[in-house]
Design a binder for this molecule. Structure first.
Ligand code: SF4
Ligand code: SF4
Length: 226
């Protein structure tokens, strides 16, 4: 993919397209072998199990989530605020931090986007790739190949790089929600942006920061529960 600069709104459209394609592929080719979530005895356990959930997203995906939360008719202002407050409380409760290393991915939490009786509030338009990939399968051989997730994540990384250059990172969902909270403290994201912009430049003299990060991700625990 060309690394030409892209506006955030153009990138959001491409992000949506990439995820829709991925979702459709999973739904048609793999989901029929998975357990139907409507028959689940512990619905949402996959989203709220704090020993297990380590879903990370990027800046662009956080913006897509914020737009989804803004637009969805299912949420009024009070519900929206509750989600951002839950994100903040989750960051504090689980001590989630922004780090440069893989330890970031070892941080787990109960996802603040799970609403009891509703489910995932970004399900339709802004679901993270590991959550699209995830379902409960009886047989390991029915699982979608993890390369599908990597391919989508590679697209996501390329889009982030085209919008923010080196100034973005994979961070946990609650941390990113806190950073893009419209009523939150905008200075924290500005501070991180500067840090990323200056600190990342030396990681790869070819400017191929995104690829390097994907390689790191390959060794990380995957969002599966069989
Ligand atoms: S993915 Fe699994 S744990 Fe989560 S709701 Fe569906 S069946 Fe239940
Ligand atoms: S983003 Fe949605 S699907 Fe993913 S863990 Fe959170 S509530 Fe669950």
């Amino acid at each position: 993919m060309s690394m030409n600069r892209l506006s955030e709104s153009a990138a959001l459209t491409l992000l949506q397209r990439s995820k829709t394609r991925y979702k459709r592929d999973i739904k048609i080719n793999y989901e029929p072998a998975a357990q139907d979530c409507r028959t689940c005895l512990t619905p949402g356990a996959c989203c709220t199990d704090a020993h297990f959930v380590n879903v990370h997203i990027t800046w662009l995906e956080a913006v897509a989530m914020r737009e989804t939360l803004n637009r969805t008719p299912r949420l009024d202002d009070a519900a929206r605020n509750r989600i951002y407050m839950r994100a903040r409380a989750t960051v504090e409760r689980y001590g989630l931090r922004v780090t440069h290393t893989e330890t970031n991915f070892r941080q787990t939490f109960a996802c603040p986007l799970f609403e009891p009786n509703v489910g995932c509030v970004v399900h339709a338009r802004a679901k993270p790739a590991p959550c699209i990939q995830h379902a409960c399968y009886e047989n390991w051989e029915d699982l979608p190949p993890v390369e599908m997730q990597w391919r989508t994540e590679h697209n996501i990384e390329a889009l982030n790089t085209r919008v923010y250059q080196t100034a973005w990172a994979w961070l946990s969902v609650p941390v990113w929600l806190m950073l893009v909270d419209p009523h939150g403290d905008q200075t924290e994201l500005a501070r991180l942006e500067t840090m990323w912009r200056t600190g990342r430049a030396s990681w790869d003299e070819h400017g191929n920061v995104a690829y390097r990060r994907r390689t790191e991700r390959r060794r990380l625990p995957v969002f599966y529960r069989a």
